[in-house]
Write a protein that binds this ligand. Sequence first.
Ligand SMILES: [Zn+2]
Length: 246
Amino acid sequence: MKVKPDGRKGLPSFKDLTLEMETVSNLALFLFTVDDKSVYLYQPKNNNSAMPDHLQYFPVSDLSDIFPKWAYFAGITALHLEHWYSNNVYCAKCGSSITKAHKQRALICQNCGHTIYPRIAPLVMVAVVNGDKLLLTKYADRFLPQWVLISGFVETGETLEEAAKREVFEETGVYIKNLKYFGSQPWGFSDSIIVGYIAELDGSDDINIDTKELAAATWHRRSDLPKELTDISIAYEMMEALRVGN
Ligand SMILES: [Zn+2]
């Protein structure tokens, strides 16, 4: 990332790399455009190679600090594609080399024709409402100290709604009904798309947590919900949509 004079982080441009254009173009892979800006994946062969002083490597979690905000999602999506390209160097069927398709985002084996599309793992996020309360949880095994909405990956053969019901029951022991689609958000950190639902509690509000997954699960008053760490996530939008008394 580029560290600007005011201390804010941003995505570097080709100009920032201060290298010969030929060197840059050999190592850069075009990914997509955001409005009129093209986003490339730049992969130097050696990460320890000399970098200009104003460019530094940061953990991918620091992408949330990046400015402007569109660059956050460009960075996450670039990360998703980087996972895909780096995990698909050879054909999984015959072991031959694969090349990029010209007309679509796909990789094709030159020997057997096997075609590989980007992997996108759907993930449901559920806000369970019980009148003036909202169910929030804390993870047991992740360094994520804040209260979060319930979420989990969709399993093969499930509808999104079935996955939402299963995840809520597995993690907290409560049943839900009247699921309403809220919105979605690409989430390249886990090669996913998050699909958000707001649901009502169905039956008892007694919580019985899965201690392998969660450290805690509690009903929070909707007039006193915690703030999300970032204001550009679907989790933030869902919590704010359910917050009362503002
Ligand atoms: Zn093959």
